[in-house]
Design a protein. Structure first.
Lengths: 112, 114
């Protein structure tokens, strides 16, 4: 059974720092991996999607990498801002596309 | 771009009543829809997966008679919480999978049972 783990569970940084969020999964047979952002009381916003054949995706200050063989993904946030404060979730879609499994998330707080 | 509409966003109901949450894919056909539940400060927990025209597949520990899922068409799935109790109060969110295997999420529904 696929398990997704995110480390750390919470992170507090001052504005301007570069940071890395980690995601690991136990079954490397995935179709894709997505990083989401969730603000308190709100739904999910998709940040980056990496297909299983890709190694990384970039969007603005965000860069996500995928090492399928080792079951790891990282989300790199450059020059963090207070507006980046949210919970970041990673999720993997199995090869059949029938199950999207989430990690427990990393709650990020960026202070000004 | 593709949009998934979830309705209602907020609902308060009395204990013992039933409440229905709708999930619609607005500009694509959703071959599969997923329903998730999220408790405070916890991650999303997959409740069930539904394919159009067939019965939903429930995850272990999820009561199928309490959480009725109907996927009547390629653009609509509904979750009905029957005989709701305060412990059912939670954030429910649906997602829809397009034919290209991209997953799109609804905005979620906050259910409060009083």
């Amino acid at each position: 059974k696929q398990e997704v783990t995110q480390i750390p569970a919470a992170l507090s940084v001052p504005e301007g720092e570069n940071l890395v969020l980690n995601c690991s999964f136990t079954d490397s047979a995935i179709y894709n991996l997505q990083w989401f952002r969730q603000d308190p009381g709100k739904g999910l916003t998709s940040l980056l999607l990496i297909q299983s054949s890709q190694r990384e995706q970039t969007s603005g200050r965000l860069n996500a990498s995928l090492d399928k063989s080792s079951g790891r993904s990282t989300l790199y946030i450059a020059a963090s801002q207070p507006g980046d404060s949210a919970t970041y979730l990673c999720a993997v879609l199995n090869q059949a596309g029938t199950a999207l499994i989430f990690g427990k998330g990393t709650t990020l707080s960026v202070s000004s | 771009g593709a949009v998934v509409s979830q309705h209602p966003s907020w609902v308060i109901c009395k204990s013992g009543t039933s409440v229905k949450i709708e999930c619609r894919s607005l500009d694509f056909q959703a071959t599969t829809m997923f329903w998730y539940r999220q408790f405070p400060k916890q991650s999303l927990m997959l409740m069930a997966t539904s394919n159009e025209g067939s019965k939903a597949t429930y995850e272990q520990g999820v009561e199928k008679d309490k959480f009725l899922i109907n996927h009547a068409s390629l653009t609509l799935s509904t979750l009905t919480v029957t005989s709701a109790h305060p412990e059912d109060s939670s954030f429910y969110i649906c997602s829809a999978r397009s034919r290209g295997n991209t997953i799109y999420f609804g905005e979620g529904s906050w259910l409060t049972v009083v």
